[in-house]
Design a protein around this ligand. Structure first.
Ligand code: OAA
Ligand code: MG
Length: 239
């Protein structure tokens, strides 16, 4: 059974408590800091701190004004088979294993299972995200019922809307494991941020460093814009 500790969907008031090592207030503040920066400086900062790919190209959302931030709770999808035991387990089982004992504020991450055009869930199954206080959903596949997802109040980013049920194409296979997401490795507990520009995945232990470097990059960019404002045209090379 899922244990609901916190309500941190972005339309809800924080109810106190902790998310991982952080209080809910600290995590909301951090999410706001990410939102102010946006994806590009965060991706640049990841490039300075780490060598691996950390960015996802823009996704679709039922409510693009809602950014998504939180620690990844992962479900790995696979192509559906009629003879594999996992394919007969329910989405609820995988959801609870992914979200763990403290689902509040987490981001449910769904890998594509090789079929990004297939539906990976919809308004009914994903109503658990609101019920158990997760921040939202990041799906490398399509989702159904955009209208319902919008009403649930959490933030959703995915490959687009689907109308056809996808349960005979893809199926949850494992929970709380590393997943491949659009060419990026997402490990449970990584921080993910998504907005209209795309998404970025930050290892939990690098969070403070990446945020600080992204803020430095923003300051460098602001200085460059100031210099460009007083630039002569054509540029005069120093003699
Ligand atoms: O049934 C599904 O797999 C997807 C869906 O529409 C829902 O969860 O509402
Ligand atoms: Mg539905």
């Amino acid at each position: 059974m899922c244990i609901r500790r916190l309500g941190t969907a972005r339309n809800q008031e924080p109810q106190g408590g902790t998310v991982g090592d952080m209080t809910v207030t600290e995590e909301l503040r951090l999410g706001d800091a990410f939102a102010v920066l946006g994806c590009a400086p965060l991706v640049d900062a990841m490039g300075r701190v780490h060598n691996h790919r950390a960015h996802v190209l823009p996704l679709a959302s039922p409510e693009p004004g809602r950014h998504l931030f939180g620690q990844a709770a992962t479900i790995a999808y696979m192509p559906w088979r009629d003879d594999v035991e996992q394919c007969s387990q329910t989405f609820a089982d995988f959801f609870c294993r992914a979200a763990g004992e403290s689902p509040g504020g987490k981001v449910l991450v769904l890998s594509s299972g090789g079929y990004p055009e297939a539906s990976h869930g919809g308004g009914t199954k994903l109503s658990r995200v609101a019920r158990h206080g997760l921040a939202g959903v990041l799906a490398d596949g399509r989702l159904r019922d955009f209208g319902e997802l919008r009403e649930h109040g959490f933030s959703t980013w995915c490959r687009g809307e689907a109308t056809r049920w996808g349960g005979d194409t893809v199926t949850p296979y494992a929970a709380d494991v590393a997943v491949e997401f659009a060419g990026v490795c997402i490990v449970p507990g990584d921080y993910v941020f998504a907005d209209t520009s795309g998404a970025v995945v930050v290892p939990a232990r690098s969070l403070g460093r990446v945020l600080a470097v992204a803020q430095e990059i923003e300051a460098e960019d602001a200085r460059s814009v100031q210099e460009i404002r007083s630039e002569r045209y054509p540029r005069q090379e120093p003699s």
